[in-house]
Structure formats: C-alpha cells, structure tokens
Write a protein that binds this ligand. Structure first.
Ligand code: GZL
Length: 354
C-alpha cells in the first residue's frame, strides 16, 4: 500500500494566525480543519518555488507553469532552490512575506517542506503540492493544504518492475539508481518496484481523477529478480553515471538497471558505452519520465523502456486553483495519467517529448 494512502491520519490542531512548533507539531489557539480560502478574482499572484533546473523534467514543468500563468493572466513568482531544502524553505517564506494569493509547491523532500506548508497556512495562503507531496505525518492534505497533483509513483515503480521481470524472464541482477533521498518519487518508485518483485504490490485505491491503468498485482513475485546494489543518484545524469560506475565496479555481473528517472539511466548508458559494453544487450535498462533523450535512446536500442511521468500539468494545476476559488470540493489526490514507452511506440512520441 502506498505511503500516502496507508499513512495514519493525525488530527491536527491547525494553523490560523500565529502558532508555535512544539516537538515538531504546529499548535495555535484556533482550529481550522480546512486550507485557507481563496477569493474569486480575475488575476492571482501565485508562487512557484521550483526545486532545481538541472534536468529536462524540471525545465518542462517550470515552462508548463509559466505558460499557463501567462495564458490565464496570472502573475507567477518563480524561484529555484538549486536542490537545497533550506533554500526552498526560504523561498516559500519569501512568498509568504510577499503575501501571494496561492503557492504551487513542488517539495524537494517530504518532511522539511511540510513545515513550510504549515507556515503558509498560518499566513492564510493556500498551497497545492505539485509533482511531489509532503509528509502527511506533519501536514494533512485537505486541512493544512489542498492536496497533491502528480503521478502515482508507486505504480510507476511497479510498471517498471513488470516490464523488467518480463523482459528478463524473471532472472536479473539489478542495479537501482535511486532518486533524491526523502522525495516522494524516490520513496514510492523504490517501494513500488520492490513490492512488485516481491509479489506484494497492490494498486493504490485512490479516488482518482484521470488515473492511469493500474498494473495488475502479482502473486508470488519474482525471486530470481535480485536488486544487488542501490544508491541515490539525485535524479541527475552526471551523478547517476558516477553512482552507476561505482556500483557496477562492485557488481560486474549486474545485467539490469532500474533508474528512478531517465537522466540517471542515461548516465549509466554513457558509462556502459565508455567501457565497451552494449546497453540493451549486455545490460537491460528501464527508467521513468519519458523525456526526449530517453525516447531517442529507446529508438536506438539502448534504453529498454520508460514509464511516463508527465511534467506538463500547468493547465491541470491552474484548473484546481480556479475550482478551489469557486468553492468546489477538491480531491486531496489527483493523479496524472502516465503512458508507457518502449520499442513499440517510442518513435511515435519522440518529437513531442520534452
Ligand atoms: C517526479 C519528479 C522527478 C522526476 C525527475 O514527479 O519529482 O523529479 O521524475 C525530477 O526527473 O528530477
């Protein structure tokens, strides 16, 4: 079961007006079990404190948010945290000081940024987590913030595992290149992949809008599919290459790679070729995102497959803002549909990819 659904719901004394942190809990005098309201008006000042701009996914996400704000006549206050939690928290606090109307937050990691969500609520600013979520042990969706719009990372991991298990006929020595530690995608893509191979994967019972087709659960799993090494490559191509090189040196019999994103898998492909190995033959690779370089790599027979993680959901995010201002009930989890790219279809989509 995915963390977001199974996680214990904690009744929160929520945050209106000034409040204090006590033992990591945020307390205040009055209770408001709903996010701050958003008045209906023609134009909003919205904050978008982006994590980093070091990969195509991030760049595409930022462009989608900018384009949609401009198309709808809203002012987007944009910042980049260069992969620093402290900087992203400071950027959120700057938006609070600027009294923006609304914040679209792509939280670098779940726990530290959850407290920034509580700060925004204390200042009367509604927050929607886009792309990644914050810890529900600290901030409660539907109460402290609107909720989360993004992909079902747990399912993405399972879909990657399903493809790899089938492609490898249930026998592989797998090197896993993990995403940024503490981030929703890294945690859930890792769990989804592992659970599917163990045979314990159960699709999330989300109240979904626009959901992808859940992957069937397996029974018995795939005992011949072994993760021999796993390490954080920070979703970055160069870091992913460095991590892969070290893990491959230590595990020369590895014949498969699972990258939590395309960039790290592409870094591993560069490393394999530098060693005279043939990616797609000597080592089979699967990853997540569906960026253009990944689709081209699939066309070239190097990357095996990529589970889409759509970064272009500026329109859907601004729809939620406007629905919320209009007084609509907003689901706390809205899942973007993800396609699946492999040798059968990558060529068809490479031109439209980011
Ligand atoms: C997923 C997103 C991840 C992408 C990576 O929603 O948070 O961060 O999969 C990106 O490419 O760095």
């Amino acid at each position: 079961m995915d963390r977001h659904v199974s996680r214990r719901q904690v009744v929160r004394v929520a945050v209106v007006g000034t409040g204090v942190f006590v033992a990591g809990r945020y307390f205040t005098g009055r209770v408001a079990a709903a996010p701050p309201p958003l008045e209906q008006k023609d134009s909003y000042v919205v904050g978008f404190p982006q994590i980093v701009e070091d990969n195509p996914w991030r760049i595409a996400q930022s462009q989608s948010m900018r384009d949609e704000a401009a198309a709808r006549g809203h002012e987007l206050i944009y910042s980049v945290a260069n992969n620093s939690e402290a900087t992203q928290i400071a950027n959120v606090r700057q938006l609070i000081a600027q009294q923006v109307d609304f914040i679209f937050l792509p939280p670098l990691s779940e726990e530290p940024l959850a407290r920034a969500v509580l700060d925004a609520k204390a200042a009367g600013i509604p927050v929607l987590c886009v792309d990644r979520d914050v810890s529900h042990d600290i901030a409660t969706p539907g109460e402290d913030y609107l909720g989360f719009i993004g992909s079902d990372f747990y399912q993405e991991g399972a879909r990657a595992a399903a493809w790899l298990a089938q492609t490898m006929n249930g026998e592989a020595q797998i090197i896993q290149l993990e995403g940024t530690a503490g981030s929703s995608p890294a945690m859930d893509r890792g769990r989804g992949f592992a659970d599917y191979l163990k045979g314990t994967y159960t699709p999330n019972p989300y109240n979904r809008e626009g959901s992808a087709t859940p992957v069937a659960a397996t029974s018995g799993g795939f005992p011949g599919m072994e993760i021999v090494a796993s390490q954080d490559g920070d979703f970055n191509r160069d870091k992913g290459r460095e991590v892969f090189e070290a893990l491959y040196d230590a595990n020369p019999n590895a014949n498969a790679v699972y990258g939590h994103n395309d960039e790290m898998a592409l870094g591993a492909i560069n490393a394999l070729e530098a060693r005279g190995k043939v990616p797609g033959t000597d080592v089979i690779l699967v990853s997540i995102d569906g960026n253009r370089d990944a689709l081209q790599s699939i066309v070239d027979g190097k990357l095996g497959a990529s589970v889409e993680c759509n970064p272009r959901f500026g329109p859907a995010s601004f729809d939620i803002l406007e629905r919320y201002a209009a007084g609509e009930e907003i689901p706390t989890i809205i899942i973007n549909p993800d396609r699946f790219f492999d040798a059968s279809n990558a060529a068809e989509f490479v031109d439209e990819a980011y």
